[in-house]
Design a binder for this molecule. Structure first.
Ligand code: C2E
Ligand code: MG
Ligand code: MG
Length: 596
């Protein structure tokens, strides 16, 4: 289509040639010859002509009597959306006029009332109005596009392009409403990626991001079209599965998610295999979106704690268990502040010399609940963020105890402090511990950090690097409860361990239990070859001590030598038995001190 002329060019479509002539004359009269008027005589020609050439406006003669005419007119406005159209008609029917305007024509003029001034004005206005309409339409379209982009942005996770938390909540809300109507179930699967932190820490965030993107892609590709997968946090995802006949069907989706995650991933020449612990909560068992997500999250922690199941369903009992745990957690937090915790010390006897070495063990005597056993509150501290508070508290107490020993003319050589493996996942933990030692004016050699074998393995890489730093500064390291975890020799080689603590499950009745005898004997030899010292834990009987001593065990800890004691009991009543005394030890008064 071309428009060659600078004159305003009109196309008049009118079958009555006289009318065409009148219109043409009128337009010329009032425009001082600055217009050009062309003419066609039926609708079909209008379309052809408009397809060939561009006009400033169309003057369309219509009888406006049939619906068909209006439909054609509508079609014309759609085909030529930028063309101003003015209807020329015999009728003066307001109703039809409005219909025309509604369809999209700019104006209409009655043949009976037409004069040159009027038609010129109508045409000029029609052209201007069309331009304003078009500008407005463009502006609206632009705003609409921007709005859509903004909505999409507000609903999408920028990295993975999956729906984000807000949108997920919206979709789930609708899913619950439909499930209610159709008497179906809805399932929410909540999970984060096991080992993701390790990838981020060791391979960098860019690799971590690629893992997230690729897994998101796979999840989107392989889950049912009706299911929605969303990213709701760093490595946290949630899947909404709808139209379930039975809530248990959500388990099959969890199985599929697990399969998808387990497929090896190749990123930058590194192969990763991920896994997830999945928490499942279902509607109608749980009634609202907020609660569904919260319950699925709770079930995820249960799945994480379970070594056998990759997925767990939310149940009422689970909620009760978690509520109790939360109550304990806040009670423990207040207990630390209220001074209800105190340190006890259990002596560790050295076979070769009289070194004075103790392990600090925490006790909680609650104002309301009485004495709370360590196996009740220690796991709570481990699972919560209270581990650091507890560790710092015990170290400060240990420093005071050392000073009190010195005031009595005794030297406390070493304090063993139990540390949770999880604490090492904070990269600054070891450095913070060294700073605390400095602030307390304690030599690094004074401290021995004890980590259980299980916790060390669960946080292996984090432990490896941070323990090396501690060791470089002179802190010693003990692998606690050895024999209760994997007892892996490979790990022993790769970790900077000074002391291997044989758990009571290995040392109890070692004199009469052949397996334990053989195991301890072997472990002691191996540990010595690896330049580690061995501590026999939980020694209650003389025979256990004798047997371990004959095997070359270096240190001993247990009720036979002393219970965990308060600072005062230890200083006032306990005296370190010399190894020769222990060799013929019959329970002496000091070894029978009350356990605290
Ligand atoms: P653990 O580090 O292996 O400490 C030795 C545990 O064995 C202590 O239990 C101690 O009371 C007990 N024990 C000592 N001698 C004997 C014995 O001859 N026979 C028997 N049957 N048991 C003996 P406790 O004090 O109940 O502590 C349990 C665990 O809680 C500790 O095991 C340690 O892992 C953890 N724990 C205790 N205090 C703290 C703390 O302040 N911080 C951290 N992170 N963990 C702590
Ligand atoms: Mg210990
Ligand atoms: Mg132990």
């Amino acid at each position: 289509m071309t428009k060659m002329e600078s004159k305003t060019t009109y196309l008049v479509a009118e079958k009555d040639l006289l009318d065409v002539k009148i219109v043409t004359q009128m337009l010329h009269t009032d425009n001082h010859g600055d217009v050009r008027v062309e003419h066609v005589s039926n609708f079909g020609e209008v379309i052809d002509q408009l397809g060939r050439k561009t006009y400033d406006a169309l003057i369309l003669g219509l009888d406006l009597e049939s619906h068909e005419e209006l439909a054609q007119l509508h079609d014309l406005t759609l085909r030529f959306p930028t063309l101003p159209i003015v209807i020329l008609t015999d009728k003066e029917d307001q109703d039809i006029a409005f219909k025309c305007l509604h369809i999209g024509v700019q104006d209409y003029v009655s043949k009976n009332q037409m004069n040159s001034e009027l038609i010129t004005r109508i045409m000029r206005y029609a052209i201007e109005r069309k331009q304003i309409d078009l500008q407005l339409k463009n502006a609206l379209e632009e705003a609409d596009k921007k709005n859509k982009q903004l909505t999409l942005l507000a609903r999408t996770d920028t990295l993975t392009k999956l729906p984000n938390r807000a949108y997920f909540f919206e979709v789930t809300q609708h899913a619950i409403a439909s499930a209610k109507r159709l008497k179906k179930s809805v399932g929410i699967l909540y999970f984060d990626l096991n080992g993701f932190k390790f990838i981020n820490d060791n391979f960098g965030h860019s690799v971590g991001d690629q893992v997230l993107v690729e897994l998101s892609r796979r999840l989107k590709e392989h889950l049912r079209t009706g299911d929605t997968v969303a990213r709701v946090g760093g490595d946290e995802f949630v899947v909404l599965t709808t139209m379930l006949e039975e809530p248990v069907q959500a388990y099959s989706v969890a199985k599929k998610v697990n399969q998808i995650l387990c497929e090896p991933l190749l990123i930058d020449d590194n192969e990763f295999s991920m896994s997830a612990s999945i928490g499942i909560a279902t509607y109608p068992e749980v009634g609202s979106v907020d609660k569904l997500v919260q319950c699925a999250d709770m079930a995820m922690y249960e799945a994480k704690a379970s070594k056998q199941h990759f997925a767990c369903f939310y149940t009422k009992q689970l909620e009760e268990k978690y509520n109790t745990q939360r109550q304990m957690e806040s009670a423990l937090e207040s207990a630390i502040q209220a001074g209800e915790l105190h340190a006890t010390y259990q002596p560790i006897i050295t076979a070769a010399d009289d070194t004075f070495h103790v392990e600090a063990l925490c006790r909680w005597s609650s104002g309301n609940l009485g004495l709370i056993a360590p196996n009740k509150f220690i796991p709570i501290a481990e699972a919560s963020k209270l581990g650091d508070h507890l560790g710092s508290f015990m170290l400060r107490e240990g420093a005071k105890f050392k000073a009190r020993c010195e005031a009595r003319g005794m030297t406390l050589d070493k304090l063993a402090l139990n540390i949770f493996g999880r604490q090492f996942t904070d990269k600054r933990f070891a450095q913070r511990l060294l700073t605390e030692l400095e602030e307390l004016e304690l030599p690094a050699e004074f401290l021995c950090v004890e980590i259980t074998e299980r916790q060390m393995i669960e946080n292996l890489t984090a432990c490896q690097t941070q323990l090396k730093l501690l060791k470089n500064h002179g802190v010693t390291v003990a692998l606690d409860d050895f024999g209760t975890g994997f007892s892996s020799v490979t790990h022993l080689k790769s970790l900077p361990i000074d002391f291997l603590k044989l758990d009571r499950s290995l040392t109890a009745f070692i004199d009469t239990t052949e397996d334990n005898h053989a195991l301890c004997d072997g472990i002691i030899h191996m540990a010595h070859r690896l330049k580690m010292e061995v501590v026999g834990e939980g020694i209650e009987r003389q025979e256990e001590f004798d047997t371990l001593l004959s095997m070359g065990c270096d240190k001993f800890q247990g009720h036979l030598f002393g219970f965990p004691m308060s600072e005062t009991d230890l200083l006032d009543h306990w005296q370190s038995p010399h190894i020769d005394q222990i060799k013929q030890l019959t329970p002496s008064p000091q070894t029978n001190l009350r356990s605290v």
